[in-house]
Write a protein that binds this ligand. Structure first.
Ligand SMILES: Cc1cc2nc3c(=O)[nH]c(=O)nc-3n(C[C@H](O)[C@H](O)[C@H](O)COP(=O)(O)O)c2cc1C
Length: 359
């Protein structure tokens, strides 16, 4: 088993173990409909074993970024259908990452709607709205009896993803957005059944996972987490609490046989990640986070040491549509251009060239 060997994930067979990370690129316009340029971007990357789409919103209130695509309207579903058709025609596999912003948004992004979170705690910092930079607002804490509605919106969006031709969905439980806000003791100050103890903080994600799996099948439902990532003020600094919280979550969903668990952590070989992997007992995808860009050597080593079943690759896949070939044959790489990560148009999006030399 190595990076370039097949892997079964849920109901699909991947031709290799390089997974394109979810990468927000904000090129779907104000209506959140992915167009032909988005389809071309993903099609170019179909040789990666599995593509995870950029985070897509399950409800308008949960839109985190300008130009972010959604999975709410018929037009959005039709737009995604063209993306998934293009990827499948090129022999690829694609999951939709479904993400709710939680407090990481602003009425100037989500169409003037309320900003919702587990607790009324704002994050420090500024966000890019359609009207320029604004401080993050204090969110409104969701009432317990509103939570079933949030879950119902996720379930509908995940059904839409399957109807749009995605091979499955990844619930975005990482990087400080809604799911992660429930898990983090710094973002979740609730005193009801969804806050306080590790078991209570894990409850929302467990209920959400179960509801989505009941609708589209656990074999089509993955989950991404980033314990101890400590971004966007979703702090998690107590090692015992971390293991209790994420252990509760993993123990609750593992018996359902999820498609995979994707973990973002800067110490993939460490106790926390490997203990969660042992308890999950299904395909685990790993990414070591933003600090250092994933390299070929790191990916090969993670597989050689048996730390995971597949490696999630962000920036190298963004800049190299033919990354699988380049890493397999150890060819030179294009460098990612940060200035076009979150921009408009094809520049830095669909114009990264394939390797043109001989090998
Ligand atoms: C431009 C950009 C956009 C990203 N968008 C998302 C996203 O929508 N969802 C997510 O879970 N992670 C997102 N990430 C994090 C990546 O999935 C990945 O974890 C990170 O880039 C580190 O991996 P790398 O070193 O291979 O790039 C993003 C990262 C970048 C650079």
């Amino acid at each position: 088993m190595n990076l370039f060997s097949p892997l079964t994930v849920g109901s699909v067979e991947l031709s290799n173990r390089l997974v394109m990370a979810p990468l927000t690129r904000m090129r779907s316009g104000r209506d959140g409909v992915p167009g032909p340029m988005v389809a071309e971007h993903y099609r170019q990357r179909a040789s990666l074993g599995l593509i995870i789409s950029e985070g897509t919103y399950p409800s308008f209130a949960g839109q985190a970024f300008t130009g972010q695509p959604g999975l709410v309207t018929e037009e959005q579903v039709a737009g995604w259908r063209k993306v998934t058709d293009a990827v499948h025609a090129a022999g690829g596999r694609i999951y939709a990452q479904v993400m709710h912003s939680g407090r990481v948004t602003h009425p100037g992004i989500n169409g003037g709607r309320e900003v919702l979170a587990p607790s009324a705690v704002a994050i420090n910092g500024l966000t890019h709205t359609y009207e320029g930079k604004q401080p993050y607002p204090v969110p409104r804490a969701l009432a317990a009896d509103e939570i079933p509605q949030v879950i119902a919106e996720f379930v509908a969006a995940c059904r839409n993803a399957v109807d749009a031709g995605f091979d499955g969905v990844e619930l975005h439980g990482a990087n400080g957005y809604l799911l992660h806000e429930f898990l983090s003791p710094a973002a979740n100050l609730r005193t009801d059944g969804y806050g306080g103890s590790p078991e209570n903080r894990a409850r929302f994600v467990i209920e959400l996972y179960r509801a989505v799996a009941a609708e589209i099948g656990a074999e089509r439902t993955g989950l991404r987490i980033s314990p101890e990532h400590n971004v966007q003020d979703a702090l998690e600094t107590d090692p015992e609490d971390l293991l209790a919280t994420y252990g509760t979550l993993v123990d609750a969903i593992a018996p359902l046989k999820p498609a995979y668990l994707s973990i973002l952590h800067n110490d993939p070989a460490g106790h926390l990640v490997q203990e969660l992997r042992r308890r999950f007992d299904g395909p685990v995808l790993l990414n070591s986070g933003f600090g250092v860009e994933t390299t070929r050597d790191e990916a090969l080593e993670m597989m050689d040491r048996g730390l995971c079943d597949a490696v999630v690759v962000g920036r190298p896949a963004l800049a190299n549509p033919d990354l699988v070939r380049r890493w397999r044959d150890d060819l030179p790489l294009n460098a990612p251009d940060r200035s076009t990560f979150y921009a408009f148009g094809p520049e830095g999006y669909t114009d990264y060239p394939e390797y043109a030399g001989q090998n």
